[in-house]
Design a protein around this ligand. Sequence first.
Ligand code: ATP
Ligand code: MG
Length: 418
Amino acid sequence: MINIPKGTKDVLPQEAYKWHYVENVARQTAKDFCASEIRTPTFEHTELFLRGVGDTTDIVNKEMYTFEDKGGRSITLKPEGTAGVARAFIENSLYAGVQPTKMYYITPVFRYEKPQAGRLREHHQFGVEYYGSDSPYADVEVMMIAKTFFNRLGITRLKLNINSIGCRECRKKYNEALKDYLRSNLDKMCPTCRERFDKNPLRILDCKEEGCRAITANAPVIPDYLCDDCRAHHESVCNQLSLLGIDYEVNPHIVRGLDYYTRTVFEFISSDIGAQGTVCGGGRYNNLIEEVGGKPCPAVGFGMGLERLILTMESLGLPFGQEDVPDVYIAPLCDEAKDEAMLLADTLRTAGISCDTDLLGRSFKAQLKYVNKTGARYMIVIGTDEMASGVYAVKNLLSGSSEQVKKVDLAAYLNNLK
Ligand code: ATP
Ligand code: MG
């Protein structure tokens, strides 16, 4: 027996409706914001992530699924959604079209991580990418997509934390201040943070180790170091969120895992799914398109983990719409009726009615048991009498009532009941 690889999950037939529901609401929400879907390959040239993501992140340092293909190229399974979209934006000259370019994606994401609740080696993200607008309104609209999506799913308890990590200029000043503050405590920090100290000190604020957290608790905060433009942008984002009645908290310790962020960063956090509570992370990345090889182009977006989202919904007992059940079960009573059952099923399916019939040669009694399990709404029994008269009894399996319907009228009759 070969088992499923560590850190991956099957979505079984009886759970698939949850995914359909969540994905449908995601697509509809993106559509209502006039964002179009973009689909990029599951794998890209490794350099794209090395350049696009920077090299001090956990993802690039240790989490990428990288391999050499038979042609000797270094290939990486996408460890996040943004870099591929940025590449496609440049490669297909989308920047030359009407701006801003508003896109969304739903994609599998691969990271070699230690599997635990809410942390997988293959997970799925719903993400949004807005390219071409530097306006704080774009930041807010992107956050509104996430917020609207959560509201539509019935999730009202997520906490929105936001921060600004400024531009290259203000970050330079802040990094110095942070390093001055941390220098004397460096020996008490975890090895990863000691490494970050020189490479990207900002990320020390993101450390989950208790010891490091205690040290950074009183560190200087980046909002105090923002340049005038970045400060104005941040204030504008905060004001608009308030105006729209979206609850948020400015949390100066939110810096995000990826190095390409500038100005706004944000996270939606669930307190219902344990330690891995960040359901959605995003922000502005004005330098990314340039890093990936394009002309400078402002950008803002988010990535949302759908497994964590579904876990949150399950822990809150929220509904996932209706589970799929057959509209009709057609029960052939005898061998002669089997062909007729297949033909009738074909006619009804063509008319948009979902139809199930016997594929196992079950007795009528066994068919009744089966139809009960499937939850079908109606049943049509076909015997020699029905075949001769061309009139069928349509039984409502919920109420038990039954009606005689001519074969030619069946599709219309059933469609009327929907
Ligand atoms: P974390 O801090 O939990 O490692 P991250 O900062 O690496 O998250 P992002 O790269 O911003 O996460 O990805 C966006 C979202 O994707 C996360 O907020 C989370 O919901 C989800 N996610 C990230 N990594 C995983 C994973 N290994 N398994 C399941 N979901 C994940
Ligand atoms: Mg991570």
